[in-house]
Structure formats: structure tokens, C-alpha cells
Design a binder for this molecule. Structure first.
Ligand SMILES: Nc1ncnc2c1ncn2[C@@H]1O[C@H](COP(=O)(O)OP(=O)(O)O)[C@@H](O)[C@H]1O
Ligand SMILES: C[C@@](O)(CCOP(=O)(O)OP(=O)(O)O)CC(=O)O
Length: 458
């Protein structure tokens, strides 16, 4: 049979996240968190690397052209004893920093595919190129940049004139978004639709489980997983999976890894005896017309891990008091989801103030700077701007970008921008309204033709 080979070029994008309410409590399966997906997405385009006949190339190349020195080349081989596929970063010329999240994801996803699709045993993996394009809001603009969103149109995917290691993240969840998009694009590129189809609930479940496992492994810790859940499913009220689920899984390359991974990822939590027990409730979440969630970038970050340690130490020493605070915080998660979904603007205002107070209280009790004084002062003033319904330091809190719930109209936006400009001047800091907005959709296929210019710019 003749004919053109099938073009397996795919692009998948996944949203960033903002945990509007439920930080800390969502780590406990008794509780839930209200997470919104964001309009800032990370796109990954996967395509075959054409080779001339007779040339045998075994390489997977991942490029992130918005950063300096950000091309990672990997060789790959099948490990004995069912250890799956192991990739090895290849170095040639200028040494390149490793990219642990990308490397780990490749180990997990290729191992999954090698066992889930029996035909791979003989066919192996054709060489592939993966292009990563992140929306600009994931990183603060380079210091010397003269382009601001207000004065000119920066390119859709800006160059940050720095290495990824030195880039300033704004805290929108870049690792969860890239792991999810990379996982989905590899699955869609290498597997036939009968084995992976992102548009079906089954496909999304496979993507979620695999991305969650790979992300936990790359992070070296098991968080609540709300960031991967929202990268896959978009905005939702999220109840975490039991962390013990991942305990029995061998590591990449260890005997029996591929089979155990497929067994775990394909496990259907909906079925009786199923292991995965996370819950994604999209029904209770919505953003009514006329209300928007925006983010304010303060250009510094926070170490979530040390804050979680402090909160947990306090919780363990004061179980009763903690139970009470956690219960009250859960009440705010539920009330905020309800008020936003129903578009009850006054209720949003009424819930968000006391919610901030509770989080500040948790911070004071545990010694974690959940709402540092500088943030408190700014958010108090910001909430007085007409059209602002409420604000919060999302997730674990700290100095990450703050979230603002506001009326979705130009006048409010102008007033908020004006306020932040004045605040920056009078406080000698750099705080601005990011373009990013809360939105509800999760991971999705994109039209590869839209990304032609960036593929060509190699
Ligand atoms: N644009 C990108 N291209 C390639 N890798 C990326 C990109 N953005 C993020 N990553 C990966 O994600 C890691 C950042 O993860 P992390 O520190 O957990 O940030 P975040 O809090 O944004 O999730 C980077 O070190 C890199 O491995
Ligand atoms: C404390 C948490 O409940 C929320 C942390 O939310 P952030 O949005 O602050 O997370 P990072 O992106 O990792 O900084 C931990 C968790 O749920 O895993």
C-alpha cells in the first residue's frame, strides 16, 4: 500500500491555576479546594523528526525557544526486566542545564506507552521533536524589557532573555501545566486514538493519572495535586487522591515499572475496588458574566514547602483548634464557590473578607507568612477600589501573585491599573495587573497550524 504517512503532529495546551480558596486544607482528603484554571496556558507541539532513509536516529528533542540554552536532547532505551523506557540527556557543544520535570515526564510517559501499546515492543519509538510555548504571564518580564502590555503588543510567546533557571516565575503553576501538556502531546502523538483520546472522559482520566504520577515524582513530594487536576480538568472543586496510592509503584527503570505504571494509570476509580479516589466537581464552579478573576504580580516568590511544614507542625500540636479553623475554612470554600457560580456579587464580597481573616489567623498561629503585612496592606487598599469584589493571596499564600475578583469591565480594570501604578510608585515596588484571567476549560487540543511560525523559527 502506498500513500503519505499519517501526520501525527499534535498540539495540546493546559491552563495555569489559582487556588482561590482551600490552601492547606486541600492537602487533607477530608477537605476540598476551589481552583480556577487560568487563561495563561503552556502549549506543547509534538511532531515526528523526519529522517532520510537509511539514517537511524533515536532522539527526542524538547525545545523551549523563549529561554536561552533551552534545547534538551534525549536518547532512550528499553530497560530489562520490564523497567520501561529510560531517557538519557545527550550533551553536545555548550552544556545545557538539565530539565528534571521534562526528563521525568519522558521516563513515565514513554514507559506507559511502551507497555500500553503492545505494537511498540517491535516498532520502538520514532524520533520526535517537542516544542514548548508558554504564555507570557508565567514569567515576569525581563528587567531591561521596554515592552509592557499597556504600551505595545509583545509577541504571543515572548523571549525572556534568560535561562529557565534564572527566570522569575509568577507562580501560575508552570510545572503542572508543562507536565500535563507534555504528557498529553506524547500520548496523542504516539498512541492510536483507540488507546488515547483527550476528548473522552477515559482519555482525560488517563492523562490526569499519568501526569499526576509523573509530577509527584519530579517534585519529589506528593502535594494535593490540585495543580495537575486543574491543568487537566480546568476549574473545579477538588478533593485530593490518597497519597498512599503511589507508594507501591517502582521507580523508572526498576523491575516491573512499566506494567505497574500502566496498572495504576489505567485503574478506574469509578469502578468498584478502583484505587483513584480524587473528586473533580465542575458543576459547583462557574464564573458568571460580568465577574472576572485577575492576578497581580508582585515579582517575588515563596517557598511553599516551608510554609506547609509550619502549618502542619501547628496542626499536629493543636488538633482541636486546627480542626475548628479547617472546618471554618471549608465553609468559605463552599460559600465562595456558590456565590461565584450564582453570580451573587454581594455574597462574594461578604465571603472573601472573612476568608482572608481566617487565612491570616492560620498564618499568625503557625508562624507561616500566609498573608504577609505588605500584602495585607496592599490588598486592603485594593479592595476599596470601586468594582473590586474581593482579593486573596491564593494557594499557600506568601508573596506569590495575588488574586482579585472584580467586575469585568474596562472602567474597573483602568481603576485597578491606576491604583497599582500609584502603589508601585509610593512603595518602591513593582506590582501590576497581569493579562491572565480565570477560565474554566482544562487541557485541550489546539490547531497545529497556529504554531507554524514557531516551528519554522528553529
Ligand atoms: N517553559 C518551560 N519550558 C520547559 N520547562 C519548563 C518551562 N516552564 C517550567 N518548566 C519546568 O518546570 C520547572 C518549574 O517548576 P516549579 O519550580 O515547580 O514551578 P511552578 O511553581 O511554576 O510549578 C522548571 O524547572 C522546568 O523544569
Ligand atoms: C499549600 C497547598 O495546599 C497549596 C499550595 O498552592 P500554591 O498555589 O501556593 O502552590 P505552588 O504553586 O506549589 O506554590 C499545597 C498543595 O495543595 O499541594
Amino acid at each position: 500500500m502506498t500513500g503519505n504517512p499519517v501526520d501525527r503532529t499534535v498540539v495540546v495546551s493546559s491552563p495555569g491555576k489559582v487556588l482561590l480558596a482551600g490552601g492547606y486544607i486541600v492537602l487533607d482528603r477530608k477537605h476540598t479546594g476551589l481552583v480556577f484554571g487560568l487563561s495563561a496556558r503552556i502549549h506543547v507541539l509534538a511532531q515526528e523528526i523526519p529522517t532520510s532513509s537509511g539514517v537511524h536516529l533515536r532522539e527526542i528533542v524538547v525545545r523551549s525557544p523563549q529561554f536561552l540554552n533551552a534545547t534538551w536532547r534525549f536518547g532512550y532505551h528499553l530497560v530489562a526486566n520490564g523497567g520501561g523506557i529510560k531517557v538519557t540527556q545527550l550533551q553536545s557543544g555548550t552544556p545545557v542545564d538539565s530539565n528534571h520535570f521534562v526528563e521525568t515526564t519522558l521516563n513515565y510517559v514513554l514507559s506507559y506507552i511502551s507497555h500500553a501499546d503492545p505494537s511498540r515492543a517491535t516498532r520502538g519509538f520514532e524520533p520526535a521533536s517537542l516544542l514548548v510555548l508558554a504564555d507570557n504571564d508565567y514569567y515576569s518580564k525581563p528587567q531591561d524589557s521596554t515592552t509592557t502590555p499597556n504600551t505595545s503588543n509583545p509577541p504571543r510567546f515572548q523571549h525572556f532573555s534568560t535561562t529557565l533557571r534564572n527566570a522569575h516565575k509568577t507562580g501560575l503553576g508552570s510545572s503542572a501545566a508543562i507536565v500535563t501538556s507534555l504528557t498529553a502531546s506524547l500520548l496523542a502523538h504516539y498512541l492510536p486514538p483507540a488507546l488515547f483520546d483527550l476528548s473522552t472522559p477515559h482519555g482525560r482520566r488517563i492523562l490526569h493519572n499519568l501526569a499526576q504520577v509523573a509530577h509527584c515524582s519530579a517534585q519529589g513530594k506528593i502535594g494535593s495535586g490540585f495543580d495537575v487536576a486543574s491543568a487537566v480538568y480546568g476549574s473545579c472543586v477538588y478533593r485530593r487522591f490518597s497519597p498512599g496510592l503511589l507508594g507501591a509503584l517502582p521507580g523508572p527503570g526498576e523491575a516491573g515499572f512499566a506494567e505497574a505504571l500502566v496498572g495504576l494509570v489505567d485503574d478506574d476509580g469509578e469502578k468498584e475496588g478502583g484505587k483513584w479516589d480524587y473528586e473533580i466537581d465542575k458543576e459547583s464552579v462557574g464564573l458568571p458574566k460580568g465577574v472576572a478573576i485577575r492576578m497581580c504580580d508582585v515579582d517575588c516568590g515563596t517557598q511553599t514547602v516551608s510554609m506547609v511544614k509550619k502549618v502542619h507542625a501547628w496542626r499536629d500540636e493543636n488538633p482541636e483548634a486546627a480542626g475548628e479553623v479547617y472546618g471554618k475554612l471549608q465553609g468559605k470554600v463552599d460559600a465562595l464557590a456558590k456565590a461565584l457560580k450564582r453570580g451573587e456579587v454581594e455574597s462574594v464580597e461578604k465571603v472573601m473578607g472573612p476568608f482572608r481573616e481566617l487565612m491570616r489567623g492560620l498564618g499568625k498561629k503557625s508562624g507561616a507568612a500566609i498573608e504577609p503585612e505588605s500584602q495585607e496592606e496592599m490588598l486592603d487598599a485594593l479592595e476599596k477600589v470601586e468594582g473590586v469584589l474581593g482579593s486573596v493571596v491564593p494557594g499557600a499564600g506568601g508573596y506569590d501573585a495575588a488574586a482579585v475578583v472584580l467586575r469585568d469591565d474596562e472602567e474597573t480594570e483602568k481603576r485597578v491599573e491606576g491604583f497599582l501604578r500609584e502603589w508601585s510608585k509610593s512603595h518602591g515596588i513593582q506590582v501590576g495587573l497581569m493579562n491572565v484571567k480565570g477560565e474554566t476549560e482544562g487541557a485541550r487540543l489546539e490547531d497545529p497550524r497556529e504554531f507554524k511560525a514557531w516551528v519554522a523559527a528553529e
